[in-house]
Design a protein around this ligand. Structure first.
Ligand code: ADP
Ligand code: MG
Length: 241
């Protein structure tokens, strides 16, 4: 029996005034997978993620999420959450208000909001910090608030664009483990953009290596390392010659 992929990109292309973003991007993602979009700066990782999120609409190709063609659907209609490098927190709101913001917008009842908040803060290790403002937190704590906000949304698909790149090396390691644990515990599907091959290789079930707007190889970290399809892949993942 073949199960259909949870997320599917089919022949996606995007350009702006002739300038290439991505070309012929095709990718199937099973539910519950951790997928890393990896590659050097400007290779089209964020564009791919933004197309998946509905923040851009492709010129060509098709996007299917959970059996639904969402190629031209609004971002708000795609049942996914996003975590950005910049955290995108409201500086004047408390941790609790930031985490519950989306729930309030969606008019989720207060008791349910508080219940979800409690659980999300437990999962992200932020219990006790609910009244702080983002300015009173460390970078790692701020990124955990952004993660908590993505969790309370309760979506099965979470997109992350270089969520650790503003953190120092030590914190990066800690939050990396948190994200991985969260993804496993909640059983959610994560598409994770990074230019850091160590991050991708240590976190992902499936690595998608891109260059100049095109996918070079899709495979497990082990596959990319032991059977790179070209010298670019071999050199990028540091495979032995
Ligand atoms: P990455 O995230 O891998 O660093 P991006 O997806 O941001 O790369 O960019 C891929 C290419 O598309 C780059 O050449 C970039 O300049 C271009 N690009 C991305 N967004 C836009 C845009 N809104 N307008 C014009 N060009 C863009
Ligand atoms: Mg980017």
């Amino acid at each position: 029996m073949t199960t259909q992929p949870f997320v599917s990109l089919k022949g996606i292309g995007k350009r702006w005034n002739g300038k290439l973003g991505v070309e012929d991007v095709s990718l199937d993602i099973p539910e519950g997978a951790f997928v890393a979009l990896l590659g050097p700066s400007g290779c089209g990782k964020s564009t791919t993620l933004r197309l998946l999120a509905g923040l851009e609409i492709p010129d060509e190709g098709k996007i299917v999420i959970d059996g639904r063609d969402v190629t031209t659907s609004a971002a708000s209609d795609r049942n996914l959450s996003m975590v950005f490098q910049s955290y995108a927190l409201f500086p004047h709101l408390s941790v609790a208000e930031n985490v519950m913001f989306g729930l309030k917008v969606r008019r989720v009842p207060r008791a349910e909001r508080l219940e979800k908040l409690k659980r999300a803060l437990e999962i992200t290790g932020l219990t006790g910090l609910e009244d702080r403002k983002p300015g009173e937190l460390s970078g790692g704590q701020r990124q955990r608030v952004a993660l908590a906000r993505a969790i309370v949304a309760g979506q099965r698909l979470c997109l992350m664009d270089e969520p650790l790149s503003n953190l120092d090396a030590k914190l990066r390691n800690a939050v990396r483990k948190d994200i991985k644990k969260l993804q496993r515990d909640l059983g959610i599907t994560v598409v994770y953009v990074t230019h850091d091959q160590t991050e991708a290789m240590s976190m992902a079930d499936i690595v998608v290596l891109m260059k100049d707007g095109r996918i070079q190889q899709i495979g497990s970290p082990q596959e990319l390392y032991s059977a790179p399809v070209n010298t670019f892949v071999a050199e990028f993942v540091g495979a032995p010659p």
